[in-house]
Each structure stands twice: as structure tokens, then as C-alpha cells.
Design a protein around this ligand. Sequence first.
Ligand code: AMP
Length: 622
Amino acid sequence: MGRTIGIDLGTTNSCIAFSDGGHPTVIQSKSGSRVMPSVVAFSAKGERLVGLVARRQAITNPKNTVNSIKRLMGRRFAEVAKHVDDVSYEIVENSNGDAAVRIMDRVYTPPEISAIILQQLKLTAEEFLGEEVTDAVITVPAYFNEVQRQATKAAGKIAGFKVRRVLNEPTAAALAFIEPDGRKKLVVYDFGGGTFDVSVLQVIDGVFEVKATLGDTDLGGDDLDTKLVHWIMSEFKSETGIDLTQDSIAPQRVREAAERAKCELSMTMETDINLPFIATGESGPVHLEITITRKLFEELASELIKKTIPLCKAAVEDADMKIEDIDHVVLVGGSTRIPMVQKLVEEFFQRKPAQSVNPDEVVALGAAMEGSVLTGQRKDLVLIDVTPLTLGVETLGGVMAPIIQRNSPVPTRNSRIFTTASDNQSVVGVHVAQGERDIIDGNRSLGTFELRGIASAKRGEPRIEVVFEIDASGILSVSARDTTTGQEQSIKVNPSGGLSGSDIERLRREAAANADADKIRMKFVALRNEADEVIYRASKSLKIAREELDKESWEELDNENKNLKAIRDGEDALALEKAIDTVRNLNSSVSKLVEVFESDEDGATSEFLSSFEKIEEGESKE
Ligand code: AMP
């Protein structure tokens, strides 16, 4: 088996490393660069430019230069629409609703653009190592959902790699940072160009276990640049009356200068921006000259930077740890060079972050180490990652039945038994969703499929086993099997669905805010399911026991059953509970009396798979 290289496919920069005898080294380009800008450009002649050359010509060719493509990976257009104005190229909606990029009349999917970056990295690695490189471990933010992971894997495949593993960036950083022996608890705080991630890990004698992970895939250094760009442009407008946003080249120049200023302000207390001939006014060319202090930058950026701290707090809590338990804090990503970021992290964790790692390289080094684990060079390390969100299926009444809980170690497999909601139902719909709400509508749908050919049986009798399996790269497969007939259907999660990081955060917040409303809805769902069950049994008794029962008892049960049907969909929970009890009690004495209804409580489960529109109803449904 050949080498497996490690690739940190970053929003702003990418880095590659290889491992020799289990010790990772960064791969340099021919010109000696250790990182490559994640930029792709298309020249007027149709040439593709990648990396530094693409970045250098961005100002003169802004519409055909694509940066930060990682922010579009696996995303719906609607999710990224707010970033459309932050970039100089055109973001469009694909026919399936996904975000894509239009360059000179050709539409590229984000994996295609990422693949161009990966191809260049492959070439660099092959030049450096003097051999063909086919296998790779590619890193992603821990908070990437299934779809974003699939998109990354697809990019790797397009670039000609066999993607051995899609590895979480913080896990990679921990692998590279920490000596595997002994017991340690560490936090990896990863603030890059486009995303923020925080992970809490425990290392015990070579076993790296991610205990919790949280993040925001819509928060990064690019957003800090945007804050500066808006401020610079509005200052310029108030001084000169000229609106630079309408110009075709000026916004790109301002953005470049803003990013440079931001980076300089990590080292100095103030910096100047000089952009000659940025516009033409009534009396000729106008130049942009402005001084930005660190204090001003911090004022503009603090709201965004502070958003990372509650996520750190929640991640430590999710890991069942206390701040005092943490032995090391590792900073990853270019934005952690900002002094204000370092100060806030130090204040929160009450310890100085580790200074020994290069935040631009540590992830690629860790990915290369994982490569050496996969190729058997290193046998002393084991990685246990977690899935960031709960995965489950829809059950009757629109309720989410969790199958794999968030923060479960992966790879993982879990199953639950469900049943049918109608007699002789031969098809069930399996609706897979991801999120933390009890109500399915509040979560993000990942895909649906049908299981057909269920053996003819009374409602509640079939045992349908739904199995969720997440592989080591975090990719989900779902299958459903009728345990009687052995009929089985399965899906891999649909690559056009899935959650964005901002969705995840929104869902988290909504889940907390809507917890009470959800509880009430859940209560009604449970009551209505119970009512259906009781109505069904009573109707059956009434049909079978008509002759044996005295008229009065029969009519009493019939009337109460009708009353229960009438109030089933109402909003009076107490009345519903009372009516359910009345019918259940009457029916239980009737069934005892005439022995009409043997209990079918020994059926598989009282969890009914949902998706009513897909259910075929049997003839005997009342
Ligand atoms: P990454 O995604 O890890 O490559 O991080 C890239 C982000 O880090 C970009 O937004 C850069 O502008 C930012 N960055 C890099 N160096 C610095 C620095 N010295 N100070 C502030 N931000 C930086």
C-alpha cells in the first residue's frame, strides 16, 4: 500500500502533509510555500489558475476568481444567499436548489471547484515526494453535516483521490499536538476563514475520544473582513460621497486591503490602508487613505468573536466536564492569531492556550498521522469521533424518534423497531431527519424512502427494524427491514439535503426556545395516538359483540366511542384523556364479557412509522 497524505482543505488556505515512519511533515511547493491559498481562477483564455497565482490576479479578474468555496460545500442556495454580496463571483442556484458558481456561462458545483484545489495539492505532493499519490485523508470542520462531508468526499474523488477518511479538523489537530500516552483532556478551538469549531477531547493511552463538538459554519475570518469592508466603504462614502459598492473592481481591492489590515493589526496597534485611484470623482481620480486602529477593529469584530464563547461553554458541558478539568487549549486556524481571540479564550478557559503549534499546519499534520494509522505505520493510536447531531425517523403525528443521539462515538450503528399504523398496511414511509427537536418539522429532512412488501397483519403487529449506521467518516446509511418477510430497503443520505451549520445553530436555539411548545404538541400526539388505539379496539368490539351484548351496553360504548372520535382532534387535553379512559374501561369490560378481543399488546411496539400519504391502507381499516 502506498502513502496516504493528509489534506487540510481550508476555506482560505490549504495545507498538505505526509507521514514518514509515523512522523508527519508538511509538504512544500516548489517555491517553498507551506500553505496554498484555496483560490481558483479562470483566465479569459480559459486557463485554470490555482493557489497563489489565482489569488494574485483576483483584483483584475474578480468575477472569475473563486475564493472561500468551502462555505458553499453541500449547502442549499437559500442557506448561502446572504453571502452572495460578500464575494466578487456569481453564486447561483442549481436546478436541485443547491448553491453553485457561475463562471463565464458555465456553472460549477462547489465540489468541482474544490476538486481543482485538491488536484493542485495532489500535484504538489507528487512533485515533492517523487511518486504518484492516490490516497488521502481530508479534513472537514467537526460540525460539517452528512451532506457537507459527502460533498468533500466527492471533491476528493473528482480530483482523483481515494479518500480513505474524512476526518474532523479538531481531531486532526489533537492528534498532531498531543503525545498519545497518559490521560489528558483538551479543547481544540478552531477559528478559520469561514468556520468556527470547538471540540472537547479526552486522550487515554493513545485512544483519542471526542467527547463533544459544536460550531458555526457561518462564522469565520471572512466575516471579520466583511465588517471592516463595510466600515471602510461607509467612511469613504461619507467623506467623498462616492459609493464603492457599485464598482466592479473596487470592492475586491477594499476586501483585500481589509484582510491585510486585519492581519497586520494582530501585530501592530494601527495600520494604514492606501488604495490609489480607487474611484473617479467630479474633479478626477480619488484615492482611499484611511488609518485603522486595533481598538476600532476590535469594536467592529467583538460581537462576532464573542459568539464563539457560549459555544465553548456548551461544548464543555456537553462533554460532561468542567473548565478546571481541561489540561490544554489548542488554537487552530488563522483567525486565532487575533489578540482579542486569544485573550477571550484565555479568560474563558483560565489558562494560556498552547503556543507550540502552528495553527496553519497542525490540521494537515494530524491528517497525515491518521493516514499513517490507516496504512498501519502507526499502531499506537485509535481515534473515536462523534456525530454532532441527533439522527432519527419520523413517527406517527410528526414526532422525531431518535436512533443515534448527538455526540455518539462513530463509527456507530443503532436500530429501533417500529410498526404499522393500519391493518394490512403493506408500505411504510421512512423519513430520515437530523436535529434536536422532538417535532420532525423543526428538524432538517435528510431523505425519505419506502419499505414495501410488508406481510399482511393487524396494525401494530409487524416488526420493522430501522437501522442507522454511520461510518468512520461520519457518512450515514439507513435501512428498514420487515423482520417477518425479510424485505429490506436502504438509502445513503441524499446529498442534496442536510443541514448547514447556521441551520444547526438555529435549530439548537429554536429547540431550546420551543421546548415548552414542543412538549404540549408531543402530549397531544401521544394522546391522539392513544385515542386511535382505543377507538380501533372499541370499534372492533362493537362489530364483533353486537349479538352477545345487551343493547344498553353496546349503545353506551358506541356513543362514548363516537364522542372520542369527535374530540380526538380538539385542543382539550383533559376532555380527551377522560374520553380515552371511559372508552377503554367500557371496552375492557365488554371484551372480557364476550372475549372478543384478545390483547395484541404482544405486538412489536407502539411506535408507528409515519408518512401517512405513503401508507397503503388495508381493506379492513374501519
Ligand atoms: P484558515 O481557514 O485557518 O486558513 O484561516 C484563514 C483566516 O485567518 C482568514 O480569514 C485570514 O484572514 C485569517 N488570518 C490569517 N492570519 C491572520 C492574522 N495574522 N491575524 C488575523 N487573522 C488572520
